[in-house]
Design a protein around this ligand. Structure first.
Ligand code: ATP
Length: 289
């Protein structure tokens, strides 16, 4: 048997950190939404009991460090599955980019194995399992658009953004999320208006969404990697309506409402970055089909 799952990337329209918790995690408020940039995860039964990762991307680990491996292991142990599985991951999402590529592969593995092994788990149950692997995995199980709180694993679904385009530019550097959080000074944060963003989304107010975009990790990553600031400036200069870094970076995304403006932003950025994408904002829960 063989099952195929789409694993879309997410961007953060808003990312706030409230405080550091006693358990070491940060309490966050984030608005995440899926975009039309996806990995493909193919699951095939193995005739012996093993978890095998196949990926042709040299930055993707092919052992227990891979989040998709961890997803399969968790399901096998929790439900006492005595079967083997081969997980082939075709990467399109840049690695270590702030786009939750690994988390989305893990979420796709959970959804796919639920079908392949006929476990009958609900998305809520899969999201709970996903949260044991990583904070972003819970959101990635559902896709769509959501307010994520707690350490990112408490998901409240909200309206998707109005139709628009997203241009993404990833500089060649990779950024470690742990390093960015380590350098964040929680007491001197200028907090974005996350609740205002929820209202703008509920109202389908594109200009409001553009005005309210904010990410408290951005200044930390910009300080560590000044080239990210340059990419932001260029994206604005080439005509994106609003520009922000996603997650802990280093990927910068820009929203573009009118398709006619897209080539200028996309082509302009290609002069600065080797990984540039222009994709549709998806944002609704059918984005996994
Ligand atoms: P987030 O936005 O959730 O912080 P990210 O987009 O910054 O995630 P990933 O692409 O998930 O980062 O990769 C972070 C690290 O995780 C990589 O350096 C890689 O070693 C490891 N990793 C584990 N599993 C995967 C996977 N399936 N795909 C890519 N990287 C993976």
């Amino acid at each position: 048997m063989r099952v195929l799952e789409k694993a879309p990337a997410k961007i953060n329209l808003s990312l706030d950190v409230l405080h550091k918790r006693e358990d070491g995690f940060h309490e966050v408020e984030m608005i995440m939404t899926t975009i039309d940039l996806a990995d493909r995860v193919e699951l095939v039964d193995l005739p012996y009991e093993d978890i095998r990762i196949v990926s042709h991307n040299r930055f993707v680990p092919d052992d227990q460090r891979n989040l998709a491996y961890q997803a399969a292991k968790l399901l096998k142990e929790r439900y006492n599955i005595k079967k083997g599985i081969s997980i082939s991951i075709t990467k399109t999402i840049p690695v270590a980019a702030g786009l939750a590529g690994g988390s989305s592969d893990a979420a796709a593995t959970l959804r796919g194995l639920n079908r392949l092994w006929k476990l009958g788990l609900s998305l809520d149950e899969l999201a709970q399992l996903g949260a044991e692997i990583g904070s972003d995995v819970a959101f990635c199980v559902y896709g769509g658009t959501a307010l994520a709180t707690g350490r990112g694993e408490i998901i409240q679904h909200i309206n998707p953004p109005p139709h628009c385009w997203v241009v993404l530019a990833k500089p060649t550097i990779g950024v470690s999320t742990a390093d960015v959080y380590k350098n964040l000074k929680v007491d001197s944060i200028k907090h974005p208006d996350v609740r205002g963003m929820v209202q703008a989304l509920e109202a389908g107010d594109y200009d409001g969404i553009c005005d309210l975009m904010g990410n408290v990790l951005e200044s930390v990553t910009l300080h560590m990697h000044p080239e990210v600031a340059n990419i932001k400036d260029q994206m604005k200069r080439f005509g994106a309506d609003a520009v922000l870094m996603s997650g802990s970076g280093p990927t910068v995304f820009g929203l573009v409402q009118y398709e006619s403006r897209l080539p200028r932003v996309y082509n302009g950025l290609r002069g600065f970055c080797d990984q540039v994408f222009a994709v549709r904002m998806l944002g609704d829960v059918n984005s996994l089909d």
